[in-house]
Design a protein around this ligand. Structure first.
Ligand SMILES: [Zn+2]
Length: 428
């Protein structure tokens, strides 16, 4: 473990915040935000934040907080002038695939020339082409790749990341992938939640024997991952050409037995009957680009977060999720990058927020709630993360803008000037 990354943070005072988005809990029940609640950002003008031992110790007007912080700490205190900029909770990127070695440039060109995602996969490209390289890679190489992704995400304002395995698809290479996430997480001051995605696709050696691969996932991989405490969640790519609903049910049952949480990639290309997964109370359903009306209505009644990934729709030139209808129906919507080499090679949450606004007609306020507090709910971390409130972990993003809506407006222009991760300040 790196001493600097996980050491206790020194007291920190952020001053001269023009616009502070607290996202403070308005329900009083620590529930995900739905409908009009997504618009409530809890804005304080001319604010300051005082962080101590990695937590938010005080938040409020500049005058009150500044005086209190200097009184309590004296000369030990580090002061950071936000120069009238905007501060919000660090983004919670609740869906990423950072354990890969190289970009998939051939797939990229083939798709531009008209091949579909499924045609490329059937011809041996797609996820399978990443597998070979991950299997051959050393754990050190994977750690470097994952750490680089974390650092890139941090520069765009992300302070909590969910990271999945899923390009190894053998017991050894999945364990190697998860260990590389754990090692990179120890070298990075932010927070990482790890997910086992052994059920990403059927690996080549199990073609025509999908159920045997599911046996391996359920009977060997999940128990081993749980025993080594290498992941918090089990994920499944539940889709035509990947894993069926019946196979997903089996994998979720094995996860439940191992006392791990569940989440699933669903309805990206084809609709699925989500009612069959409801009994597992997954933490999130991700993608949802092809959702049936019945599933849309039932999501509004569930705790499961609807995590939308517009980066993948953009990169595949595919239809976007029906965010407006989901929000209006009362589903709890989150946004994430889906960072991966095949379908969404972006580490930038601001780009994703911009797409959510222009392509899915979410407002900037809805997009920010979805990328912070609802992302924290998608990872079951909302008691610790996702808003700026006393006692919560000090995860902040400082933007060089006067108005939070500029985050979604200046697409492609990175305006994040600094992040605070568990109380540690990183200036970009
Ligand atoms: Zn994904």
């Amino acid at each position: 473990m790196s001493a600097t990354a996980k050491s206790v943070a020194k007291p920190l005072l952020l001053t001269n915040i023009g616009q502070l988005l607290t996202l403070k809990d308005i329900t009083g029940r620590n529930e995900p935000r739905r409908g009009r609640e997504l618009l409530e950002l809890g804005i304080i003008e001319n604010a300051a934040i005082f962080c101590r031992e990695g937590k938010i110790a005080a938040v409020g007007s500049e005058v009150a907080i500044g005086a209190r912080a200097t009184q309590e700490i004296g000369s030990d205190l580090r002061v950071f002038d936000c120069r009238g900029g905007t501060v919000l909770p660090g983004f919670v990127d609740s869906h990423t695939h950072p354990v890969f070695v190289s970009p998939r440039l051939v797939d990229f060109e083939q798709r531009i020339q008209g091949s579909t995602y499924e045609q490329i996969a059937n011809a041996g490209g797609g996820i399978r082409s990443s597998i070979e390289r991950v299997r051959k890679a050393s754990e050190d190489d994977l750690v470097s790749a994952v750490l680089r992704a974390f650092e890139d995400m941090e520069r765009s304002g992300t302070t909590t990341i969910e990271a999945k395995s899923g390009y190894g698809l053998s017991l050894d290479s999945e364990l190697k992938s998860l260990r590389s996430i754990r090692e990179a997480a120890q070298q990075w001051p932010g927070t990482v939640i790890s997910t086992f995605l052994g059920a990403h696709v059927i690996p080549p050696e199990f073609q025509q024997r999908a159920d045997e691969y599911v046996d391996l996932v359920c009977e060997e991989m999940i128990p081993k991952v749980a025993k080594e405490k290498l992941a918090d969640f089990v994920d499944v790519f539940c889709e035509r050409g990947a894993f069926s609903i019946a196979q997903t049910e089996r994998i979720f049952a094995a996860a439940q037995k191992a006392r791990m949480g569940t989440r699933a990639h669903v309805c990206q290309f084809t609709p699925q009957d989500l009612s069959r997964l409801a009994r597992f109370e997954p933490a999130s359903y991700d993608h949802l680009d092809c959702l049936t009306d019945k599933d849309l209505q039932s999501l509004a009644q569930q705790r499961t977060i609807a995590t939308l990934l517009p980066g993948a729709s953009y990169f595949l030139a595919h239809s976007y999720a029906i965010a407006r209808r989901l929000i209006d129906a009362g589903a709890a919507v989150a946004l994430a990058t889906d960072f991966n080499p095949g379908t969404s090679p972006t580490t930038s949450m601001p780009i994703v927020l911009s797409m959510a606004c222009t392509q899915m007609r979410m407002t900037p306020a809805e997009a920010i709630s979805a990328a912070t507090i609802n992302g924290a709910h998608a990872l079951r971390l909302a008691k610790r993360k996702g808003s700026i409130e006393m006692g919560k972990e000090a995860d902040l993003a400082v933007f060089d803008i006067r108005d939070y809506r500029e985050i979604c407006y200046w697409f492609g222009r990175e305006t994040c000037r600094a992040t605070v991760m568990n109380g540690h300040l990183a200036i970009h």
